[in-house]
Design a protein around this ligand. Structure first.
Ligand SMILES: *[C@@H]1O[C@H](CO)[C@@H](O)[C@H](O)[C@H]1NC(C)=O
Length: 113
């Protein structure tokens, strides 16, 4: 009697955890840029960037610039001043990698994971 009850309970817990996990994952909001800044941004404030491609849950092509303070700025995907900033970030990242992140500026450039 008892073992079968335990098994049912375990199954139930297992099932509920799976459900919760799925729901949690599904409910993570997709972080989309809904509009982009027209205004230019100082490249020295930017430590990272991401690309947002329209059609992958978001309706807009955009570039997301991440500042030192982890603020995210939505800017146009293909404008020249944006590409300059992206290049700057790539160069900084390369420089940091070569210097094994010894420069204090590089502390925020450590690869995640
Ligand atoms: C977004 O960019 C892709 C190429 O990167 C292009 O094919 C697509 O038409 C663009 N979509 C919008 C909404 O601008």
């Amino acid at each position: 009697m008892a073992p079968s009850g335990d098994a049912k309970l375990l199954f139930c817990i297992f099932f509920i955890s799976c459900c919760c996990l799925t729901v949690t994952l599904a409910e993570v909001p997709v972080d989309c840029c809904l509009s982009v800044a027209k205004q230019q941004v100082l490249k020295h404030a930017i430590m990272d960037y991401r690309r947002q491609v329209a059609g992958q849950g978001c309706s807009l092509n955009a570039t997301i610039l991440v500042t030192r303070r982890q603020m995210q700025l939505c800017v146009p995907a293909n404008e020249q001043w944006v590409e300059k900033i992206v290049e700057h970030v790539e160069k900084l990242r390369e420089h940091c990698r070569k210097n094994k992140y010894k420069n204090p500026r590089c502390s925020k450039m450590m690869p995640r994971n």
